[in-house]
Design a protein around this ligand. Structure first.
Ligand SMILES: [Zn+2]
Length: 73
C-alpha cells in the first residue's frame, strides 16, 4: 500500500571518488590535467623533472653566447 512509497527515498550512496589532489599544491585534481590541478602545475612539474637534467634557459648566461661585438667579418 502506502508503505511502498516511502521506500523510494534512499540515501545517497557514498560513491568512493578517487579524491586525488595535486601533488604540487594539494588542490583538487583537474580531470583534464590529472594528476595535477591545472595546466600550470602540470607544466611546473614537467619543468622540475626536466630541471634535474639541465637548467632552465635564462637562469644561466653563457659568456660565449653574448654578443661582445666581435663579429668576424
Ligand atoms: Zn596544483
Amino acid at each position: 500500500m502506502d508503505g511502498n512509497a516511502r521506500a523510494t527515498h534512499r540515501p545517497h550512496p557514498h560513491i568512493r571518488r578517487m579524491t586525488s589532489t595535486c601533488p604540487l599544491c594539494a588542490q583538487p585534481t583537474d580531470p583534464a590535467n590529472t594528476p595535477f590541478c591545472s595546466r600550470r602545475c602540470k607544466d611546473r612539474d614537467l619543468l622540475q623533472w626536466l630541471g634535474e637534467g639541465y637548467r632552465l634557459p635564462g637562469t644561466q648566461i653563457d659568456p660565449d653566447g653574448l654578443d661582445s661585438g666581435a663579429t668576424p667579418d
